[in-house]
Write a protein that binds this ligand. Structure first.
Ligand code: ZN
Ligand code: ZN
Ligand code: FE
Length: 762
């Protein structure tokens, strides 16, 4: 060690190395660093690598200081710096600053960015740049379409659906100029060379303002518009016009499904919805997800049909902004442009043909959408954002794993399917595919698998799928000529939660879910496990009831309520007025009894979703359901948080018995207790069961980490209070944030279990 240290003078050159990690790849970060370097007269280089971005910078100390300040302050919107480590290194006397090509193979993969909402600078350019005045396909290095237009890697214009559009000289010079905001922006375009909106009659619009004028007057007149978005068509109309919204519902045959809305800005969101600070951050983020928020001021009834929340998003394409400039209404219904349960339409010709039957006007544009994505959906509980549909602007960003999952393909489940592929320590999860119940959705699934495999150069070594032999995802997995492992549905749920939190150990797993095949051939879904990524043990579970009619119960929750009452109290209970009200046709009673007694088309289920269904039906809140999980959603909507009561449950062996709970609910109904109070007491009971089971398992096994998963945790009240109560009792609680707690998260869990299997059985 030298006995003195000579500090370099402020004007002397020094060299530093900066290692930046976070979301810094595929988001225009290197050109940004280049511009900051030029601005501060820095020489050296920047390159991507597996950890993020590395910079070698040479300049005076004060220039370097400013350089670092600028990097932190002016970070592009879609980038985020998690860590910046600085280290002095030897001077190499570079003459200029360069973007170095990285040698690492994985670069290409991290280069696929999700789609990014139009940035403020572009919205400004739209008013000031002569060649982009009102141009609705404006974009730059920091914003615009990405994943939706990419066909192949590396990410270059000719490999995207921008290929047919030849850059004009002006755009080309911007594209080539390292100092321009559009340097290497692959979809760069202007009025003269880029895509245009098109109507069915062949009319083209490059002036978004003129088109927005046309659309706004149609919307004002109560018309329904089909408009092509980034990842597919939307159907939209004025969210205050009851006739328009109910027409849209009727024509789309959307039954009761809630519809998302787009609002002009966050001030409007604040006005109509109860918005927390976290919800606002999520809403305004560049990913622009649909955020579920509490209704405050009413929209047209048919938007959410009595549910207490609405899905809300902000404009994310230039035309959305232009539209709200001219619209009289501040809120538009913005629901996906699909036919019944098929994937959202992406093709203009198909839209003209099919959406033309629903909408009064169909507006496409002449650039193809290559990868279909739906809007992503999130909600906030306990001040944490949680995704319940991971699609636009999130896909294909990987989920970081604590271990390698290289070569594992996870096929997912059936409902709200996604699949996942493992690349190194990353899980790349597909966009939301949908319910794998029809040919169209299966085709979308297969096509997406082929595309992901090609894009990410993926070849499966091991396939993980659901235990259910009839899921189309399972069948698809079986066709691949690769070693296959079947993963129990709720084990996958818990493993998914573990994987996203980097857990690789034994935990207490609570899976509250609708449906999933168990290892004993019955349907599971109210599960208390001890598990790790290799094994699970079922310790406690909800008392199984027969479901008369099988799948029919999801549309007719009253059947499940009947099953519980009949199981616990026998036929005599049906002299009870409230119990009798359940059965639409009393003549069916003998048949229902016979089905249950003889086990005819009455599979046993311990699903939490079914218990919620039964309570919703018994209280009259929802006897018939017009969309998936309507009954639990309506039951949740009744909750009065100030109510503290709860019902009694019993434990017999491993089973959690609800006899007393149903008895007490019937008593409450008889005495005229409000459904709000009954619903709240019911929810409090489930929260208490969660705590009680976790405690039992902690006592016995000494485990303190609890992972929560399954579709029922989309219920805000259940998640909020389960988390809080468990934390208060000293548990470390893990719930989903990055991937859905519903079956959209199953693939990640299967992937983690598959990766673990591979590591133990190489
Ligand atoms: Zn931009
Ligand atoms: Zn141009
Ligand atoms: Fe599930």
């Amino acid at each position: 060690m030298p006995f003195f240290y000579l500090r370099p003078m402020k004007t002397a050159l020094i060299a530093i190395q900066l290692k930046i990690s976070g979301l810094v790849q595929g988001v225009g970060f290197r050109p940004f660093i280049y511009r900051m370097a030029v601005r501060n007269q820095i020489s050296g280089w920047v390159e991507n690598n597996n950890e993020g971005v590395t910079i070698h910078a040479e300049a005076t100390e004060s220039q370097l200081e400013q350089f670092i300040t600028d990097i932190k302050k002016l970070t592009p919107q879609a980038a985020s710096i998690r860590k910046l480590v600085q280290q002095e290194v030897a001077l190499q006397y570079f003459k200029d600053f360069a973007i170095r090509k990285s040698q690492s193979y994985s670069e290409d993969i991290t280069e696929v960015s999700p789609d990014i909402a139009v940035c403020d600078a572009c919205l400004h350019d739209m008013q000031s740049q002569a060649h982009r005045i009102n141009y609705p396909f404006i974009n730059c290095t920091n914003c615009g379409p990405r994943f939706t237009i990419i066909k192949s890697l590396p990410y270059d214009r000719h490999q995207t659906t921008m290929a047919p559009f030849v850059m004009c000289r002006r755009c080309a010079s911007e594209y080539k100029n390292l100092l321009d905001r559009r340097f290497h922006a692959q979809p760069v375009a202007c009025l003269h060379c880029g895509p245009a909106y098109q109507l069915m009659d062949g009319n083209l619009f490059t002036d978004g303002k003129i088109l927005a004028g046309l659309l706004s007057s149609e919307i004002k007149n109560g018309k329904i518009i089909a408009l092509k978005g980034l990842g597919g068509f939307h159907l939209l109309c004025d969210a205050f016009n009851e006739k328009a919204v109910s027409d849209l519902r009727k024509r789309k045959a959307r039954d009761g499904k809630p519809m998302a809305v787009m609002v002009k800005d966050s001030t409007v969101a604040q006005k109509y919805f109860g918005m927390s600070a976290t919800e606002k951050d999520l809403l305004v983020s560049w990913r622009r997800p649909v955020v579920l928020m509490k209704n405050k001021l009413p929209l047209a009834f048919s938007v959410s049909r009595g549910l207490s929340t609405t899905g809300v998003m902000l404009p994310y394409m230039p035309l959305h902004h232009q539209l709200f400039e001219l619209l009289e209404t501040d809120v538009l219904v913005m629901t996906s442009g699909n036919i019944s349960d098929e994937p959202v339409i992406i093709d203009d010709q198909l839209a003209f043909q099919f959406l033309g039957k629903i909408a009064d006007l169909v507006v496409g544009y002449n650039r193809a959408i290559h990868n279909r994505v739906d809007d992503s959906v999130a909600f906030v509980v306990n001040e944490k954002a949680r995704l319940i549909r991971r699609s636009r602007s999130f896909v294909p960003s990987p989920v970081q794993l604590a271990f390698s999952a290289e070569g594992v393909f996870a096929a997912g489940a059936e409902l709200v399917n996604t699949f996942s592929i493992g690349k190194g320590n990353q899980a790349i999860i597909s966009q939301h595919i949908g319910d794998l119940k029809n040919v169209e959705t299966l085709e979308f699934y297969e096509e997406s698998f082929r595309r992901f495999s090609a894009l990410f150069r993926f070849k499966p070594k091991l396939v993980a799928c659901d235990l259910h032999p009839d899921y189309l995802s399972t069948r698809f997995a079986q066709q691949l000529d690769v070693k296959i492992i079947e993963v129990q549905h709720h084990h996958a749920h818990i493993a998914s939660c573990m994987a996203e939190h980097g857990l690789d150990e034994q935990v207490i797993g609570i899976a509250l879910d609708g449906t999933g095949l168990g290892t004993d051939g019955t349907i599971w879904g109210g599960e208390y496990f001890i598990c790790d990524l290799s094994n699970f043990e079922r310790h406690f579970f909800f008392d199984p009831v027969p479901l008369p009619g099988g799948d029919k119960v999801t549309e007719q929750p009253w059947r499940t309520a009947f099953a519980y009452l009949y199981k616990y109290f026998g036929l005599s209970i049906f002299i009870d007025e409230n119990a009798m009200k359940l059965i639409p046709d009393k003549n069916d009673l003998p048949v229902l009894m016979q089905m249950v007694d003889q086990g005819i088309n009455s599979p046993l289920s311990s699903g939490a979703g079914r218990l919620f269904d039964a309570v919703a039906a018994l209280t009259g809140i929802c006897r018939e359901s017009s969309f998936h999980a309507e009954a639990p959603m309506r039951l949740e909507a009744e909750i009065k948080p100030e109510c503290r009561g709860k019902y009694v449950f019993e434990i017999q062996g491993q089973q959690i018995i609800f006899r007393k709970l149903f008895y007490q609910i019937l008593e409450d109904l008889k005495s005229g207790t409000s459904t709000a109070e009954i619903s709240t007491k019911f929810h409090n009971t489930i929260v208490t069961i969660n705590l009680s089971m976790a405690r039992k398992l902690r006592e016995k096994y000494g485990l303190n980490k609890v992972a929560l998963s399954g579709g029922s945790f989309q219920n805000s009240y259940l998640l909020e209070h389960t988390e809080k109560l468990l934390q208060k009792a000293g548990f470390e609680v893990f719930a989903h944030q990055q991937v859905p707690t519903n079956d959209g998260g199953i693939a990640l869990g299967q992937l983690a279990i598959g990766a673990k299997y591979l590591s133990q059985n190489p």
